[in-house]
Design a protein around this ligand. Structure first.
Ligand code: D5M
Ligand code: FE
Ligand code: ZN
Length: 481
């Protein structure tokens, strides 16, 4: 026994006190420097009350770590692809996916007043009118040359190539993603081709925000990369211990949300094994399990997979399969869901997406970059789709239903993947990119990606006030917002 602990116990025993074994367990885990002060104050208080036993309740009250039973931790899974995945085959699956995408987005855009005049592409092409018309479809291709931009739009009735002359409109057309859904105002030009005069995205309407009734906090984490040499194990462990501390913010945390890349995986990128300290998925997940097991049981932990986690790589991804670590699935406070998922935390809707599509989008879209992931997140919200580009670097499975359409409007949109923690707001939605717990890897250094790892973002679900902590000793490591 540590000498400070035996001093504290002897002090209480000499004053005629008994110490309950549960209280002893708490004393054992306390900072030794604080023990003497704590025990003396409790002894003084209880002597006044003429009660000569020190129990768990006394210590929890003194330390302020007594659970507040008023704080709810209700979680509902509103959408999870895990059980919905059917994956169609080849061309059939691909057609079904795009027809589901078109139909879902057409339904969403139908709420806009312009949609009352919506015509199918086949009808618009043969219409005998000088008035403008509205059509909608998926962008099949776009190209700009000699001061004009041409866009090929497709709906189930057919396709057409629209021409854009207006400079400003050409700029917004330049930010359209391949396979993205858009509505266009069109009219016939002098030589009977269709001219695009406006482009309208499904976007997010104004809507009231859901709030938690009680002042509960959610913590947002992602990209732990456990098993990598660059995983910040010491800092992450310190953060996990903080969750059990008497800090008033920690005492109000009831949700820990993890946005994927829990482990570094095996064989994800060429030569990755040179960067691993745990060489198997099982070993990596065991380490993840040990860390997650230290999170207090009154905090619900929600986990989605990322591109480094085991299971299928193509979007939508099912939850990390049980066969790799059934203990994670069996923990009473852990909820394993797929990528993307929507969960309700005390009524607050959180859309969780790992963020794989950001890679393709920053490569092809002027004005977007890895340094500002929340701008890419706004782009996704406007498109009402989490991963529009098909057939590029981000694998997308040819599902019969497009589960990547943003149907439900969230209160919080949580993404990771690019290892840059950043906050923003869009149409009342709190955008959180929760960064990472992996230091810059040699690959990231070679392409000039500068992560800001070790930042914890916490949101008060009643007021939406945001707090953050930086576990990184590098002073340049800051949260962007
Ligand atoms: O991805 C973190 C970010 O870095 C993401 O934008 C992809 C990119 N990345 C990281 N390593 C590679 C390699 N080897 N090739 C291509 N792109 C890479 P994460 O999913 O955490 O690895
Ligand atoms: Fe990652
Ligand atoms: Zn990732």
């Amino acid at each position: 026994m540590k000498k400070e602990l035996s001093f504290a116990l002897n002090y209480a025993l000499n004053k005629g006190f008994q110490i309950h074994p549960d209280a002893f367990k708490i004393l054992e885990n306390l900072d030794v420097k604080k023990l003497e002060k704590i025990i003396k104050e409790i002894v003084r208080e209880k002597t006044k009350q003429k009660l000569f036993q020190i129990n768990q309740d006394d210590l929890e009250t003194y330390l302020g770590i007594k659970d507040d039973p008023e704080l709810q931790n209700e979680i509902k899974v509103l959408s999870d692809p895990t059980t919905k995945i059917t994956s169609g085959e080849g061309v059939k699956g691909y057609n079904a996916l795009f027809s589901s995408r078109f139909n879902k987005l057409k339904r969403i855009i139908s709420d806009r007043p312009e949609a009352k005049k919506l015509k199918s592409i086949a009808t618009a092409k043969t219409a005998k009118t000088e008035d403008d018309m509205y059509v909608c479809g998926l962008v099949t291709s776009k190209n700009s040359e000699r001061n004009i931009t041409k866009i090929l739009l497709e709906d189930p009735s057919g396709s057409f190539e629209g021409i854009i002359f207006d400079n400003e409109l050409q700029k917004s057309a330049g930010t359209l993603l391949t396979d993205q859904f858009v509505m266009a105002r069109v009219g016939f030009g002098k030589n009977s081709g269709l001219i695009i005069k406006d482009l309208i995205l499904p976007d997010i309407p104004d809507q009231p925000k859901n709030k938690s009734e009680t002042e509960v906090y959610a913590v947002f984490l992602s990209d732990l990369h456990i098993g990598s040499k660059y995983f910040m194990e010491e800092e992450f462990t310190e953060f996990i211990s903080w969750l059990s501390s008497p800090d008033p913010v920690a005492r109000k945390i009831r949700f820990v949300v993890i946005g994927g890349d829990i482990v570094d995986g095996v064989g994800i990128y060429p030569n990755q094994n040179k960067e691993l300290v745990c060489l198997t998925i099982e070993e990596q997940l065991k380490k993840a399990e040990d860390l997650i097991a230290k999170i207090p049981k009154n905090m619900k932990v929600i986990i989605i997979p990322g591109n480094h986690d085991p299971g299928r790589r193509a979007l939508p991804q099912p939850a990390i399969p049980k066969k790799y670590n059934s203990n994670l699935w069996e923990m009473e406070n852990v909820v394993m869901v797929g990528n993307p998922s929507v969960v309700s935390l005390n009524g607050v809707k959180v859309m969780m997406f790992h963020g794989q599509s950001i890679d393709d989008i920053v490569k092809t879209t002027p004005g977007l970059s890895y340094n500002k992931p929340t701008d890419v997140m706004k782009h996704l919200l406007k498109a009402r789709h989490l991963s529009p580009i098909y057939g590029s670097q981000t694998p997308i499975a040819p599902e019969m239903e497009d589960l990547l359409v943003i149907e439900d409007i969230p209160d919080i949109f949580h993404v990771g993947h690019v290892h840059r923690a950043q906050l923003d707001l869009y149409k009342g939605i709190l955008l959180v990119n929760s960064g990472s717990w992996q230091k810059q890897t040699p690959f990231q250094a070679s392409v000039g990606m500068v992560p800001n790892p070790g930042i914890v973002i916490m949101v008060n679900l009643k007021t939406f006030q945001v707090f953050h902590q930086n576990y990184n000793s590098n002073l340049d490591n800051i949260l962007q917002s």
